[in-house]
Design a protein around this ligand. Sequence first.
Ligand SMILES: Nc1ncnc2c1ncn2[C@@H]1O[C@H](COP(=O)(O)OP(=O)(O)OP(=O)(O)O)[C@@H](O)[C@H]1O
Ligand SMILES: [Mg+2]
Length: 258
Amino acid sequence: MSYLEIKNLHVSIENKEILKGLDLTVEQGKVHAIMGPNGTGKSTLAYTLMGHPSYTVTQGEVLFKGQNILELEPDKRSRLGIFLAFQYPVAIPGVTVANFLRSAVNSRRRAENPEDKGMPIPEFRKMLKEKMGLLKMDQAFAGRYLNDGFSGGEKKRAEILQMATLKPEIAILDETDSGLDIDALRIVSEGVNALSGPDLGVLVITHYQRLLNYIKPDVVHVMMNGRIVESGGPDLALHLEEQGYDWVREKYEETAEA
Ligand SMILES: Nc1ncnc2c1ncn2[C@@H]1O[C@H](COP(=O)(O)OP(=O)(O)OP(=O)(O)O)[C@@H](O)[C@H]1O
Ligand SMILES: [Mg+2]
C-alpha cells in the first residue's frame, strides 16, 4: 500500500509563509477531504505536491511510496502516480484533448519502458471513448482544443477525464465541484467514484459539504492558517456546513495570530 505522507510542511510564496507546518497522510484506497476558509493555503498545498516552481518548500518533507518527492520534477511525480485536478485548468489552444491525453499516456509508458512505441491508436481511441462514456461527455470533445473555450463544467470534466486516462494512485482534486451544475456534479462525482478503489487515494479540496454526499470521505480535515487543525469523520463536514468556521477560529486563535 502506498501512502502520501506530508510531514511538517512549510511553504512560502514570494517570502510569505503560507503553509506553516502541515501534517497529513493519505492512504491508497481512502478518500480524504480538506475544507477551510479562503486563502488558508489549500491550493498552495495542491500546487506544492505537484511541484509548481512558484512555491518554495522551506521545511518538512513529502513522502510517496517511501520517496521524498520534493526532489522530483512535476513530470516525475506524475509518473510516480500523483495527479492534480486544477482549481483553474489552463487552456492549451492548438492541442486537442485526444492528442494531449495520448501524449500523456505515451510518456508514462515510455517512462516505464524506453523501448515502448506508444499505445496503438485504435486501442487509445477505444479507451478514450469508454472513459468519455463514463463521464457522459460528448465524443466531439476529444477533437476540441484542451480547455479552449470550455465552460467551467466542461473544464472540470476534462480534468476528470485526464484522471481516468492516467489512472493515478493519488488524486488531488482542487475544488472540482466549483462551477458544476447539479447534474454535472453528480456525473463528475460518479466518475471519481468509478475510478476509486483500493488502488486510488483521493484528496478532495472543497468548500461545500454537498460534494461529500457524492464522494464519500473517510476522513475530513479542516485547514486554517496553513495547517490542518481538525480531523474527523464525515460528520465534521456537516458540522462545518451548519456552524461555519467561527468555532474553529476561536479554538485556534493563537494559531491564527502566530
Ligand atoms: N503566486 C502568489 N503570489 C502571492 N501570493 C500568493 C500566490 N499564490 C497564493 N498566494 C497567497 O497565498 C494564500 C493562500 O492561497 P491559496 O490559493 O492556497 O488559498 P486557498 O485555501 O486555496 O483559497 P480558496 O479557498 O480561495 O481557493 C493567499 O493569501 C494567496 O493570496
Ligand atoms: Mg484554492
